[in-house]
Design a protein. Sequence first.
Length: 154
Amino acid sequence: MKSYKANNKNELYYIFVYIALLIVGVALTKKPMTALYAGGIFIPLAVLYILFYTRLTEIQVDSKKGTLTAIYSSHIKKKRKQVFKIANLEWGYKQGDTAKQAVCLIYDCGKEVVKLKSDKDGWKNEAMYYLVTDLEKLGVKRRFTGYMMKDAQL
């Protein structure tokens, strides 16, 4: 079984950045209570969003069982898994004008089930590239997904 993971650890650092911005805002403003009230509302909301936002964190491809498993989780909530049969899957991999823009789409029975964008939710181009090359090696069909971005060459 091969596993492809997103890097979601850097989001926890944003919590510390928000708190540091609050401290700087209180220190630099002439009305520290205004900055404290504004930060006291914004920072807890941002922290809750970061802690509870559910994202696709891992994709596992098991060639022996013939399954692809998409694992969704957040920093607090329990993991949720979706399992798809490789025989029903199709994939698309698009590259934008720059190397930073890439989109990986996975379809199950013609329906889009997974959409990965580079640098969204911690996914990197390399992980998406290795995922689609391994799917191609397993015999999963490539799907034409339109003309908006050019198909990437593998």
